[in-house]
Design a protein around this ligand. Structure first.
Ligand SMILES: Nc1ncnc2c1ncn2[C@@H]1O[C@H](COP(=O)(O)OP(=O)(O)O)[C@@H](O)[C@H]1O
Ligand SMILES: [Mg+2]
Length: 247
């Protein structure tokens, strides 16, 4: 069997006294879209940050294509679309600038873009339908355009693993459709996609598989199974209520 795209093994993360992840384990194969579902505070963002190497686990390990997050970061193989709350939208960068940051790893120390870098940025912007907004400051975009900017960064980067933290939150219908279509296309080109979402209705058309997270992986399987009410009830902390009603 080929090396899995992502292996998270027994990862525990604390922020001070707060236990954010408690022995989370999962394996994702190449070319799949996996939906990550869990209530607020269940550790979704922490899981993404641990996979990209922004948060170091207390225990456990992460491998991407068999490599550590620190090593894979230098290759540009992992693209990350942060949740909106984690981005400083006042930072004076244009859409084009943000997408160009995806090329930094390929530029060497001078960080001077070459024609190939400009071409990759232009192509990525076209793919997310943002060419006409290239020179706009990122703070002056709609929610969906902001997300598409970061997806374009991952594309320009040539990422083969893409992590998207709530890309559909506060997003218009057109952006939602564009992002969904893009993720499906990227996966059929062989990319591995992990995407957190609260939009459970859209999950079956978005994802090949789904994970229920509650500090650890409660369930990992086909969307239809993961979305069964009794499973959702566990993930959203409702199973106690459920049981008392059936007594
Ligand atoms: N930087 C931080 N400092 C302290 N606590 C944090 C920090 N980031 C997240 N947490 C806490 O860790 C838990 C998991 O948060 P998070 O990973 O953001 O979950 P989710 O993305 O599912 O809402 C929550 O209890 C949250 O309050
Ligand atoms: Mg989050």
């Amino acid at each position: 069997m080929s090396t899995p795209a992502i292996v998270v093994d027994g990862v525990t993360v604390h922020y001070g006294d707060v236990l954010a992840l408690d022995g989370a384990s999962l394996t994702l194969e190449r070319g799949r879209v996996c939906g990550l579902v869990g209530m607020n505070g269940s550790g979704k963002s922490t899981l993404f940050k641990t996979i990209v190497g922004m948060v170091r686990p207390d225990t456990g390990s992460v491998l991407i294509d068999g490599m550590s997050p620190a090593r894979v970061r230098k290759t540009g193989a992992v693209g990350y679309v942060p949740q909106s709350e984690d981005v400083d939208w006042g930072f004076p960068l244009s859409v084009r600038d943000v997408v160009m940051t995806g090329r930094y790893g390929k530029m060497g120390l001078t960080r001077r873009p070459k024609p190939a870098d400009h071409l990759a940025v232009d192509e990525a912007l076209e793919r997310v339908e943002l060419s006409e907004y290239a020179d706009r400051q990122i703070g002056q975009l709609s929610g969906g355009q902001k997300k598409r900017t970061f997806v374009a960064r991952g594309i320009a980067q040539g990422a083969t693993t893409l992590l998207l933290d709530e890309p559909f939150a506060g997003v218009d219908k057109r952006s939602e459709a564009t992002i969904t279509r893009l993720l499906r296309e990227l996966a059929s080109d062989g990319a591995t996609i992990l995407v957190s979402t609260h939009d459970l209705h859209a999950l079956p058309s978005l994802a090949d598989e789904a994970i229920l997270l509650m500090r650890r992986v409660l369930m990992h399987g086909p969307p239809g199974e993961v979305l069964r009410p009794e499973n959702l009830a566990r993930a959203f902390g409702l199973d106690v209520m459920d049981r008392s009603e059936t007594q």
